[in-house]
Design a protein around this ligand. Structure first.
Ligand SMILES: Cc1ncc(COP(=O)(O)O)c(C=O)c1O
Ligand SMILES: N[C@@H](CCCC[NH3+])C(=O)O
Length: 444
């Protein structure tokens, strides 16, 4: 397994993260456990800040909190001087409860409810990214009722097929998101938004997909978007000042993944921007980018305990852990791949090929197919790396599994930032109607 951030193998042969021995973390907090490496999150935030915010000027980096949203994470992002992208009332509520500066919150989503929009407008979020005509009307109505002018970006679908898994492509024409650009729908959206006196159209947004390695996809996006901004100026005489390019920058998960450097990503955006603006004689807009995965992905490790082991001679050895698709649905959803190490025997050589499975009642509940490990025993700890993004945030209670806790590790200190769920938590919202209470008990 490649080590990331502050991960190292200590003298006892244990995996250590943020100066904390994972064997001790397992004893103290139990497994499964999400471990977040604070220094690694801050390092990446600072790379984004120096490459984009300081490097490019008039540029804002907003963290896409769908990747991992908790109060502590919102505080770290604020401390690092980045903005925040939220996509639901829940993510917005988390940000507000964390006292995140509201002017730096962007509100996204393809089906925001009236209640969510009202909450965002009342809170005074920096921008609402309008996805469709339905919500554009609602925003205008709410803004009229509140006697406000709301600053918005319009999300467009530029018609770019980014090189990534088809389930996480979002820029192609056949997408549920945004106003289609090539067929003229985006023009209609701009015209309508400009006719609404309670909306202020600041610019446009696109997000072409996630886990993208090829910088050309972003260059292409910049060129299409600037062409469109210039065309809009000619067509309507209205100047769109802001261009939000979305997120999507890919990270390392397994050998063969070769993400670019963040500095090269910034340079690609800048070069493409200069070319496109010069060609169109269009002034450089404010640039916003929205990385999610690349900020938290490599900072997360999930620690599990191995339980049952099943060998089918000549076919496969299944090593089962105390979590699975409920805490990490990505392998089942996207055939996502991960690396892992035996956290309590991390110095030992691999001697066999096994498949790591979860404890859910699904054959598809696989975390890793065919990984080389030292001969694993029940009770060993296994650490799966690069689980910081879209793991905790996509976890479920399937099979009534309790969600793992999350600890934030830094310089030898481990702080719980999300408590492990208990069985009582599972019943927190269950209600037993009176007519079902203890019925038939006597007769059984
Ligand atoms: C609108 C928008 N912005 C930003 C992101 C963050 O993407 P990523 O985590 O790939 O950087 C997403 C999710 O893919 C998104 O849908
Ligand atoms: N959730 C996805 C990425 C989609 C992000 C949201 N647009 C993943 O785990 O890879």
């Amino acid at each position: 397994m490649r080590l990331h951030g502050t991960q190292l193998v200590n003298e006892q042969g244990h995996l250590e993260i943020g100066g904390c021995d994972t064997v001790e973390l397992a004893k103290q907090f139990g497994t499964p456990l999400y471990i977040m490496d604070e220094a690694q999150i801050r390092t990446i935030c600072r790379q984004y800040h120096s490459s984009f915010v300081e490097g490019l000027k008039n540029t804002e980096v907003i963290y896409a909190s769908k990747a991992f949203s908790t109060l502590a994470m919102c505080r770290i992002i604020d401390e690092e001087g980045l903005g925040l992208d939220v996509v639901s009332g829940g993510e917005l509520y988390t940000a507000l409860q964390a006292n995140f500066p509201v002017a730096h919150i962007y509100f996204h989503g393809n089906n925001k409810s009236r209640e969510e929009l009202a909450m965002a407008i009342k809170a005074g979020v920096g921008r609402i990214v309008v996805d469709n005509f339905y919500e554009m009307n609602i925003i205008n109505e709410l803004a009229q009722e509140m006697n406000l002018r709301v600053e918005v970006l319009l999300r467009v679908t530029p018609g770019i097929e980014a090189h990534t898994h088809e389930y996480i492509q979002t820029g192609q024409i056949d997408s549920k998101f945004g106003f289609t650009l090539p067929d003229g729908t985006a023009d209609q959206a701009i015209d309508l938004a400009l006719s609404y006196s309670n909306l202020v159209v600041k610019g446009i947004h696109a997000h072409i997909g996630s886990q993208i390695f090829e910088l050309d996809s972003f260059r292409h996006e910049v060129q299409i978007m600037i062409d469109y901004m210039a065309d809009t100026l000619k067509r309507t005489a209205y100047h769109l000042e802001e261009l939000n390019l979305g997120g999507g920058f890919g990270i390392y998960y397994v050998s063969g993944d070769e993400p670019a450097q963040i500095a090269d990503y910034a340079k690609a955006v800048q070069d493409a921007l200069e070319n496109a603006c010069e060609k169109q004689n269009f002034p450089r807009p404010k640039i916003i980018i929205e990385p999610g995965r690349s900020i938290v992905g490599t900072a997360g490790t999930t620690l599990y305990t191995i339980g049952s082991i099943k060998e089918i001679p000549g076919i496969r050895k299944y090593v089962a852990v105390d979590g699975g698709m409920a805490d990490n649905p990505r392998p089942a959803l996207y055939q996502a791949r991960y690396e892992a190490v035996l956290a309590n025997r991390a110095k030992e050589e691999a001697t066999e090929t096994v498949s790591v499975t979860g404890k859910c009642c699904e054959s598809g509940d696989m975390l890793i197919w065919d990984i080389d490990l030292p001969k694993a025993e029940s009770g060993d700890l296994i650490a799966v790396s690069c689980t910081g993004a879209y793991n905790y945030s996509m976890s479920s209670n399937y099979n009534r599994l309790t969600r793992p806790g999350v600890v934030l590790v830094e310089s030898g200190q481990a702080d719980v930032i999300v408590k492990r769920e208990t069985h009582a938590d599972l019943l927190r919202n269950d209600v037993l109607p009176a007519r079902l209470k203890y019925l038939h008990m006597a007769s059984r």
